[in-house]
Write a protein that binds this ligand. Structure first.
Ligand SMILES: [Zn+2]
Length: 196
């Protein structure tokens, strides 16, 4: 139900606030986000035409939408990649470098696509980079608005894979030698790295 109030610009008492049941939240560049639950207040003035839109805890909403993208099923869209990159405050060149891509233009091309990757397998490595960037730029930011519950969603999704990736990314000068032997009364094989 619309409620009357004063216009913040012309001070006319003819401003009306409405809280729509569904609000298409597209000015952030995502085409498929609908806000429900009357969290959006749209105040429009009949006299001067000024319109203001206020959203409850909008900063957290922005973080949650980013979290939702990095945790979503394969099928990353160009607009989602652009949303994340902007959220991370990275240029296309920065993101290309983070992903190990030689050309900045590749990011521009990806951002122009509806679905970027032809297969889930092709999406795995870029998604891991995005998950890592999300942790660095959002969770570790002093402006992060996400809660313990959001962090738990991230942790549940990532703890098994990201821990493995960290292992895979460890580099050493020389590959160690391994010795293998059978131990204990069960005669299980174990392999151990041998220094030197
Ligand atoms: Zn007005």
């Amino acid at each position: 139900m619309p409620t009357k109030q004063k216009c913040p610009i012309c001070r006319s008492p003819e401003a009306v606030t409405e809280r729509p049941a569904n609000y298409r939240y597209e000015h952030i560049g995502l085409s498929n986000v609908i806000l429900v639950g009357r969290e959006v207040a749209i105040t429009s003035c009949r006299k001067c035409g000024h319109v203001t839109t206020g959203i409850n805890n909008e900063l957290q909403l922005l973080d949650v939408l980013g979290l939702n993208i990095v945790l979503s099923a394969p099928g990353l869209k160009g607009e989602e990649l652009r949303y994340l990159r902007t959220m991370f405050d990275l240029t296309q060149a920065d993101l290309a470098k983070a992903m190990g891509l030689p050309r900045r233009e590749t990011i521009a091309e990806w951002e122009a696509k509806s679905r970027i990757f032809a297969s889930p397998a092709a999406e795995v490595a870029p998604r891991l980079v995005l998950l890592g960037l999300f942790k660095t730029h959002i969770f570790e930011s002093e402006f992060c608005q996400l809660t313990t519950n959001h962090r738990r969603l991230y942790d549940n999704f990532t703890h098994s894979i990201v821990d493995r990736i960290d292992d895979l990314l460890q580099t050493s000068e020389t590959r160690p030698h391994y010795s293998a032997r059978r131990v204990s009364k069960n005669k299980e094989w174990i392999a151990e790295s041998v220094p030197g």
